[in-house]
Design a protein around this ligand. Sequence first.
Ligand code: PLP
Length: 404
Amino acid sequence: MSDRTVYDELGVPRVVNASGTKTRIGGSRIRPEAVEAMGRAATEFVRLSDLQAEASERIAEATGSEAGYVTCGADAGLLLAAAAALAGDDPSVMDRLPKTDGIPDEIIMPRTHRTGYDHAFRAAGATIIDVGTNDRTLGTGSTAVEPWEIEAAISDRTAAIGYVQKPYTEPALSTVTDIAADHGVPVIVDAAAELPPTANLSRFIDEGADLVVFSGGKAIRGPQTTGIVAGRRDLVESIALQQLDMHAAGDVWEPPRSLIETDSIDGVPRQGIGRPLKVGKEELVGLLVALESFLDADHEAARDRWLEAAADVTEELSSLPGVDPTLDAGGGVSVAPEVVVHIDPAGTPCSATELVRTLRAETPRVFVGADRLDEDVITINPMCLDDSELEYVIDRLRTHLAPA
Ligand SMILES: *Cc1c(COP(=O)(O)O)cnc(C)c1O
């Protein structure tokens, strides 16, 4: 492990990340070629709309969509997608958001798809209408949401349907997009963390999504503050109009036609609700370079490496009394394999919760997956660990969990 990081120089403890691509501890390791391109982007000027037009073509090519846009994260993409669904090509509505008086402003979501990230829909001005139940444990035989419940919620107040893509979310996306298409309502898909496989870049568009968002700072390994929106050209145009800096004199306003058709809009909109979600030329270039590398990358080899790392952790922990590691090959909450480590609080020197607290307080801080502490479980995700960090994490776990 590198012994002196920029964070050490600032007097801020660095983190060894065994929990996967989590924003609060820095997302992922940006690809070196993206960093290099960002340095070059920083020294020259470019018209942002030209750069977004080129990004649109590349994203369209990668996703099989009509158009695309680079945002400052997947969550910003959700806000902009909602803003596009609310305002369309109407500059007066763009100007009014997040106030939505007199326009359809409801986004329907299956209740089991609600996350903290959907605050972004509300921030754009939408009201979320959630349908279905949360019952997974009472044994009443009910399912999370029935397709008819989504259909029944559609009315003349509906602006969009929100859908969060995970391998276990239901109903299937295609079921929802069929219903939406019958009623002429767009479907916005949050697929922030659903890469790899690369095939997922086009899968949700193929299944009928009108807009889909991905994080640029997870497995794509672009800058942390990037995301991708892909989908319908008219909606992407609305996003561009609401996100770009619109400091433009009408007589000389000639944005790239592939991104914005000026004849379809009544004049130049003002700075819109997306303007605070600024994307710099450096991040934009970094994302485009990272996306190219992601498309060329050998994801099988990366997966084999992650599997090997997870198998190492499993083996190294299995001999400890009270510690029960199992390898989960992935495809559930995380796209990567993970080690699910059950820690018997009666049979080990510290409980799962104590272990997580202790590891986070060390120098460097060590972050392991802590979403299942109520089951006495920690998880180890190898996505963001290099070889020396993997050894280090195994050593720290063994030190705390071995009998005194
Ligand atoms: C990570 C994540 C987000 C947020 O992505 P950012 O690129 O950090 O904005 C939104 N939704 C889901 C499901 C995520 O996993």
